[in-house]
Design a protein around this ligand. Structure first.
Ligand code: SF4
Length: 316
């Protein structure tokens, strides 16, 4: 409710408060719940540092920090050779209250852990998704369970020995048919060893994967506008801007921050048209939103948006 109140006070925003930048869409695992395990629909790339610096410099030039800056979208960010420099620059320029990396933890070796602690990374999400080596292999497609567990424990020990509280570790578990029997064992095993545990429902990436969704996403519910469109910006590793993280195949690109400023893309006619379609309940022309269920876990601000945009129309 507090979040809804906050959004009601702030929307429309002239700049996003949450920004995702994807260092790469390449990955080193084959998770059953992720479209990255399927044949690629988009060429694998790595974000170039010139573009990254342009993005950070625009955010930094604004007077106010954003709330959260994520270094992740489609791939495994630790595959990028400059991932530490990326975090260090975001922290040095003080662009966001929270800088987050989300990783599968396979490459989170001692050197990277130390560098993340030293450069002040605030938060790290680690997708473990299992409580045993067998289930990990079935869920993640590679036999890296023991290595990832060691990496997590080592990061926690290192923080302790360096007397640092950050990065906060959020250990993640997406509930799938392969691992659901281990959910309680996962919680029991990790409670008290990491700062946060996150159990998330399985989603089918707007119909791009054949998965039996769980939790709230499975329930039938009346459609309402996706609030993400009013506060989150998602930049792919080639600089194109997708509507959200669900757009794995880059089907909803509304601009490119290589050619335009973040602010221009955020306030563009293309972006505003998408928002207005959501307000009007007209999802048919939006290929990814049309088949998506992810909006269900976001706040329902439909009535507020309808009032806010009462007198505004979009041209077809
Ligand atoms: S409805 Fe789904 S695809 Fe559309 S912006 Fe929201 S989360 Fe993304």
């Amino acid at each position: 409710m507090a979040r809804q109140m906050y959004l009601r006070m702030k929307i429309p925003m002239d700049f996003p408060i949450i920004i995702n930048v994807d260092p790469t869409n390449a990955c080193n695992l084959l998770c059953t719940m992720c479209p990255n395990s399927q044949p690629p629909s988009v060429k694998k790339r790595f974000l170039d540092m010139d573009l990254y610096e342009k993005i950070v410099s625009e955010i930094s030039a604004r007077k106010k920090r954003i709330y959260r800056f994520f270094l992740v979208k489609d791939g495994e960010p630790l595959l990028h050779k400059n991932i530490i420099d990326m975090v260090a620059l975001a922290k040095e320029k003080n662009i966001s209250q929270i800088v987050t990396v989300v990783t599968n933890g396979v490459l989170l070796d001692s050197r990277k852990s130390r560098a993340f602690i030293e450069c002040g990374l605030d938060d790290i999400g680690i997708s473990l998704d299992a409580a045993s080596r067998e289930t990990y292999l079935k869920t993640k497609g590679r036999d890296s369970y023991d290595a990832v567990v060691d990496n997590i424990l080592h990061l926690q020990e290192m923080k302790k020995s360096m007397r640092k509280k950050r990065p906060v570790v959020r250990l993640k578990f997406v509930e799938t048919p392969e691992n659901t029997q281990e959910k309680q064992a996962f919680i029991k095993k990790w409670k008290g060893k990491v700062e946060k545990l996150e159990i998330n429902p399985l989603h089918d990436w707007a119909g791009s994967m054949r998965l039996d969704q769980t939790g709230e996403l499975k329930q039938k519910s009346e459609r309402y506008p996706c609030s993400l469109l009013w506060y989150t910006m998602v930049i792919n590793c080639d600089g194109s801007v997708s509507l959200c993280c669900i757009d794995y195949g880059w089907k909803t690109v509304v601009g490119n921050v290589r050619e335009k400023s973040l602010s221009d893309v955020w306030n563009s006619r293309e972006m505003e048209e998408v928002r207005m379609r959501h307000v009007r309940g007209d999802y048919d022309q939006l290929p990814v939103c049309n088949t998506c269920t992810y909006w269900k876990i976001k706040e329902n601000i439909r009535d507020f948006l309808k009032k806010k945009y009462k007198n505004q129309e979009i041209s077809e």
